[in-house]
Design a binder for this molecule. Structure first.
Ligand code: ATP
Ligand code: MG
Length: 650
């Protein structure tokens, strides 16, 4: 490789030497063993054909993949199945109707236990109600809901009748909801009066009312009563969910749809720009969601209690609350509220109460718990936990170690799962019974998945080098297109590197060839001709005992092109004197080398995050460069930027 080509690749700075072998008992009983990698490498399509047999097909597929018109893939295309039947009815038919599907825990402390047999009845009634409202196969239905069982029931009812759902996160504004309803041309919206958040009812219906006024094509709004708060009512349009379902039979014959029938549209988080309507279809998606949930979480449906803390409004909720776990007949916990209501031990209280064995959470939550301190989880019995998952952002090694020690009792394996809305299911992750884990690394593509790191010319880099994450073969749960915009699908993902999927994330390979995610390509910093990863500098900062969270950005600099500006949240009682801030700069210099030393370090009390908890670095770049702050509409709390601005002007 010439020097010019090499210039743009990421520097490889962070060294993390800690290793954790899988516990012997997990290895001995693991659902997926080491041989899966070899089997899949020898016959990738055969491997996926085998995984498709996890599902119940009305017509078994004979063809695995049609890749004759890339990048438009068709998986299992002559197969026919009903996704909701696979997630509910077949478990009842297999004699597991009494198994709990959902242990629901409301924020105010109300609870509901729903078995698979009960879930089947509810989904049937909802499917009948939607049909009675005029929804038929192919029609899009928008879902704008709190975290309650009706959300899952609504999604499954849509899937059952072949009406693709478009779930919009219940914290989004009327603008965001309006544009998503319009983009998908949804005629029916399912919502609730509100949900409970931070000890108060949080109204949802007014947001839908506003959106429906702006989009006159919305014909019906189905409203779940959750909080009992006052709602405005439009008799021509609004229908109570409980009334619509009350008259309906609790049986419904599921019709089979083509494997490539659209299952849902989901808009990306909007961390970097305008959200894209990602389209997922049925057979390939469910195959990979189900298999990865079985493999990565080692789920034993008879004994495990699984809990994914994501919101159903994100892809993690779609694949790992709804489709993966239910296809596998899992028993899971669903929690409505925030982790600090009514107290900061709420999550651990829930783990103890239900004996949760598998927990799947996001680094942003883990860093918050770390900031709150070990004393809180220590008050609860967390010994049931046997597998811990992480998703959403790179997890800093120190947060990983804290998760393992304070939550996992120093023994539960951690699976750091890399994937995207676009990939539909987990792509890169350790396997809990196989992989010797490394804090901060997602490590290796799953069996049947082909991922690598390439330089800016699209050539694979060697071990010890950095570049861009690319996926080199199609996979069953891949997005099929961007809704209504095939050209944007091609341009965004398939044009950067010939024949490969461009994920938009920086990555490196370590000396063993394991993959480390280094943050988004848009966030990579260029300092004196060196490409430096935000993740590595942030992880170095978080490895200092005074730092709980960090975000770094590259700010324009006359001499070095860009210089590194760091924003840090200090742990509880630390004094933020000038000495400490310069000590932090030196700490980064020592850990990663002088090139990575931040020029400025600023102590802040909050960081700007998207509603799914990801740091939005572009806003910090605006601050560091002294500009007006850009579009904050996907920010969880816009006032955070005022706090940071005020500090930066001090
Ligand atoms: P947008 O694409 O609209 O900017 P987004 O990328 O945040 O939003 P998602 O699809 O929810 O939307 O997130 C996928 C991204 O999250 C990945 O591309 C990656 O940047 C990050 N990510 C997810 N899991 C991991 C992980 N385990 N390690 C590192 N990064 C991760
Ligand atoms: Mg993205």
């Amino acid at each position: 490789m010439s020097e010019g080509e090499n210039r743009e690749s990421l520097e490889n700075l962070l060294r993390e030497e800690r290793r954790f072998a899988p516990p012997a008992e997990v290895t001995a009983n693991a659902n997926v063993k080491a041989d899966a990698y070899e089997r899949a490498a020898a016959d990738r399509l055969g491997f996926w054909a085998e995984q498709a047999r996890r599902l119940s097909w009305e017509t078994e597929p004979t063809e695995v993949l049609d890749w004759s018109n890339p990048p438009f893939a068709k998986w299992f295309q002559d197969g026919r199945l009903n996704v909701a039947y696979n997630c509910v009815d077949r478990h009842v038919e297999a004699g597991n109707g009494d198994r709990v599907a959902i242990h629901f825990e409301g924020e105010p402390g109300d609870t509901r236990t729903i078995t698979y047999a009960e879930l089947q009845k509810e989904v049937c009634k909802a499917a009948n109600a939607l049909t009675a409202l005029g929804v038929s196969a192919g029609d899009r239905v928008a879902v704008y809901m709190p975290m309650i069982p009706e959300t899952v029931i609504a999604m499954l009812a849509c899937a059952r009748i072949g009406a693709p759902h478009s779930v919009v996160f219940g914290g989004f504004s009327a603008d965001a909801l309006t544009s998503r309803i319009q983009d998908a041309d949804a005629r029916v919206v399912i919502t609730a009066d509100g949900g409970n958040r931070r000890g108060k009812p949080n109204a949802l219906k007014p947001v839908v009312d506003e959106a429906a006024t702006r989009v006159p094509s919305v014909e019906k709004v189905l409203v779940v009563r959750r909080t009992g708060q006052e709602v405005a009512w439009n008799d021509d349009r609004d229908v109570w969910w409980h009334e619509a379902l009350a008259d309906q039979p609790d049986t419904h014959t599921p019709q089979a749809f083509d494997a490539e029938h659209p299952l849902y549209i989901l808009y990306t988080s909007g961390t970097t720009g305008k959200p894209k309507g990602i389209l997922h279809t049925s057979g390939g998606y469910l195959t990979q969601a189900s298999w990865t949930h079985h493999a990565v979480f080692d789920l034993k449906p008879e004994t495990d209690v699984y809990w994914c803390t994501a919101d159903v409004g994100w892809v993690t909720g779609h694949s790992y609350i709804v489709y993966g776990p239910l296809a596998n007949g899992a028993t899971q916990v669903m929690y409505e509220g925030t982790p600090d209501t009514p107290h900061k031990g709420r999550f651990w209280e829930i783990v103890q109460k239900y004996g949760v064995t598998i927990l799947y959470a996001a680094p942003t939550a883990i860093r918050t718990f770390m900031k709150w301190g070990d004393d809180i989880p220590k008050q609860f019995d967390l010994s049931s936990l046997r597998i811990l998952g992480s998703v959403g952002e790179p997890i800093n090694p120190e947060a990983w170690i804290w998760y393992r020690e304070a939550i996992g009792g120093g023994k539960a394996p951690i699976v750091d799962t890399w994937w995207q809305t676009e990939t539909g299911a987990i792509m890169i992750s350790p396997l809990p019974g196989v992989t010797t884990t490394k804090p901060g690394s997602a490590q290796r593509a799953l069996p049947g998945i082909s991922a690598t790191v390439v330089d800016d010319q699209g050539h694979e880099v060697g071990n010890g080098q950095g570049g861009y994450l690319a996926l080199t073969e199609p996979w069953p749960s891949m997005l099929r297109t961007i809704w209504g915009d095939d050209q944007r699908f091609i341009d965004t993902y398939w044009s950067r590197f010939e024949g490969k999927y461009f994920a938009g994330d920086g990555a490196k390979k370590d000396d063993d060839g394991d993959i480390w995610l280094l943050g988004r390509v848009d966030d990579v910093m260029l300092v004196s001709g060196h490409n430096i990863s935000t993740t590595e500098v942030e992880s170095a900062l978080v490895s200092h005992p005074a730092v709980a969270e960090a975000a770094v950005v590259g700010a324009k600099d006359e001499t070095t092109g860009q210089s590194i500006a760091a924003f840090v949240i200090l742990r509880g009682s630390v004094d933020e004197s000038g000495d400490l801030l310069s000590e932090l700069r030196d700490h980064v210099g020592k850990t990663l080398g002088p090139i990575a030393k931040p020029k400025q370090v600023m102590a802040v009390t909050e960081l700007p995050k998207t509603r799914s908890g990801k740091i939005m670095r572009r806003l910090l770049r605006d601050i560091a460069e002294g500009r007006e702050v850009g579009d904050v509409t996907t920010l969880a709390d816009a006032s955070v930027m005022d706090l940071i601005k005020a500090r930066s002007q001090k």
